[in-house]
Design a protein around this ligand. Structure first.
Ligand code: NAP
Length: 287
């Protein structure tokens, strides 16, 4: 899939710890091959203690840009010369580009999350339940605001983290219509929801768990949409149960593809071959 490397080959990549599981090299190298340009995309294992050193090293060797994943999405912000207002409001950066002023960071997870919802206007403007209050939940909240969702209920298991999550949004320039709840309150929220989004790792390979029981899923409206950010397996047990109950489902693959395509367009300043990226991912996952 990767073209021959030359003395001119330019570097892109992704940093994280762990990083070996990342599917970003699969989708990005497929795109670079399709575009027939002299770039390669590499996964770099960078531990929390080495982030600053890695950025200096990347600048020294002329790396053009990179994606950021756990555990650096939040801690990288103060190390960047420029952060877009949206990434600052989300409090997380997943895409970094080299500029004349130094490293520039933004968040393409927001766009990646919203793109697959384009076909469902009701879910886009209705009430949303977000399960979990970590980094991805922050991008989901920002995405819900873009879509025009009228209310966002965030459900979490740690009351201190939930309160901090709520406070940070109240202080942000976005100021979303948001309330936070413990899991015990979930069943009261389910009947009103138009969209429910799982941002917890519950159900991620190899564990076949679901954040909701079938009885809880049955409390959702028939026209509600179940969205899981997890992309392996796809669908998760949560989405399989939701589909059995007749709900529309969206798995995390398309978000992965769309956030990657948006990042590639920022680095290359040209359109990304989204279909090629999607096909590469599905082929790699055996689907
Ligand atoms: P994170 O920052 O670690 O947040 C995870 C959240 O889930 C936290 O609120 C955590 O609660 C909660 N949680 C974890 N285990 C739980 C459990 N057993 N029961 C209830 N809540 C639990 O991780 P993240 O970066 O937001 O990523 C979350 C998921 O989204 C991962 O599966 C990731 O692969 C997926 N994701 C997918 C895409 C995509 O492109 N499709 C993009 C980003 C993320 P505490 O805070 O209390 O620990």
């Amino acid at each position: 899939m990767i073209r021959s490397l030359t003395g001119n080959t330019q570097l892109l990549g992704v940093i994280g710890d762990p990083i070996r599981h990342s599917l970003s090299p699969v989708i990005h190298n497929a795109a670079l091959a399709e575009l027939n340009i002299d770039f390669v995309y590499v996964a770099f294992p960078v531990g929390a203690d080495n982030l600053k050193t890695a950025l200096a090293g990347f600048a020294a060797i002329g790396l053009q840009g990179f994606n950021v994943t756990i555990p650096h999405k939040q801690t990288i912000l103060p190390l960047l010369a420029t952060v877009t207002p949206e990434a600052a409001a989300v409090g997380a950066v997943n895409t970094v580009r080299w500029t004349d002023q130094g490293w520039w960071g933004t968040n393409t997870d927001v766009l990646g999350f919203t793109k697959p919802l384009a076909a469902w206007p009701l879910a886009r403007q209705g009430r949303v339940i977000v399960l979990g209050n970590g980094g991805a939940a922050r991008a989901v909240v920002a995405g819900c605001l873009h879509l025009g969702c009228c209310h966002i209920d965030v459900v979490g298991r740690n009351s201190q983290k939930l309160e901090a999550f709520s406070l940070s949004w109240r202080r942000s320039r976005l100021s979303p219509p948001l309330a936070v709840h413990s899991w015990e309150n979930l069943e009261n929220l389910l009947p009103q929801a138009d969209l429910i989004v799982n941002t917890t790792p519950l159900g991620m390979y190899p564990k076949l768990a679901s954040p909701l029981t079938l009885a809880q899923i049955e409390l959702l409206k028939e026209e509600a949409i179940a969205y899981d950010l997890i992309y392996t397996p796809a669908p998760t047990r949560f989405l399989s149960l939701a589909a059995e109950h007749g709900l529309e489902i969206i798995d995390g693959r398309e978000m992965l593809v769309q956030q990657g395509a948006a990042a590639l367009e920022l680095w290359l300043q040209q359109s990304a071959p989204v279909d090629t990226m999607r096909n590469a991912l599905n082929t790699y996952l055996g689907q």
